[in-house]
Design a protein around this ligand. Structure first.
Ligand SMILES: [Zn+2]
Length: 198
């Protein structure tokens, strides 16, 4: 079954879908073909409408990234997309300018090449947003996070020597190694509203 195998392979290429799951999905697709073709058609239309920004690593639906274009003197740095969605869900009526580190593994904190790319993205964002003066790290309090904040502070002061950034981070005392995306909304708000300057 050449085409079925190709379909399984394609589904397997979607991240977080394992080979067994891909096989089950392929079978399901073929079994209810009519219905699933309609769904897939809808998915492909939606995919064309949604974009992923190369600078802030968040989503946008218009020609340009709303988050990158949002005028704000404050920017929140989040660990990954889970945290981005958590903030979006917790504060539905508020607009925040967000920069996604896109750290999905602990290792990403320690990988120098990866870090340099992230700093380059942040540099681009800060260059095209001269209003930003406050940089707030919403990374969970941990040793890795402390190191990252220091590296970023040092690099940004080097890149922008005349811009006097104010840095803040989640207060210590908030449970160590907490994962923002697992918190309930009330706790999230507490963490978000209780930050300390660095
Ligand atoms: Zn953007």
């Amino acid at each position: 079954m050449k085409n079925l195998n190709i379909l399984i392979n394609e589904l397997n290429l979607l991240s977080s879908i394992g080979p067994k799951q891909a096989q089950r999905l392929a079978i399901e697709f073929v079994k209810n073909k009519e219905e699933n073709l309609k769904k897939l058609d809808k998915i492909s239309k939606l995919l064309n409408e949604i974009n992923f920004c190369n600078i802030c690593k968040t989503f946008y639906e218009n020609d340009n990234c709303d988050n990158c274009e949002l005028k704000s003197e404050l920017i929140y740095i989040v660990e990954n997309l889970n945290d981005y969605f958590k903030i979006k869900d917790s504060y539905k009526n508020q607009e925040f300018k967000i920069f996604n580190l896109n750290f999905n593994r602990k290792n990403d904190y320690l990988n120098n090449d990866y870090l340099n790319k992230v700093i380059l993205r942040l540099e681009k964002m800060l260059k095209s947003n001269s209003d930003i003066l406050k940089i707030s790290f919403l990374t969970p309090p941990s040793l890795e996070s402390e190191i990252i904040i220091r590296v970023f502070q040092k690099e940004l002061i080097k890149i922008f020597p005349t811009r006097k950034f104010l840095f803040s981070k989640i207060k210590l005392g908030v449970p160590k190694d907490l994962n923002i995306s697992y918190l309930n909304i009330e706790t999230m708000k507490y963490v978000f509203d209780n930050q300390e300057d660095i």
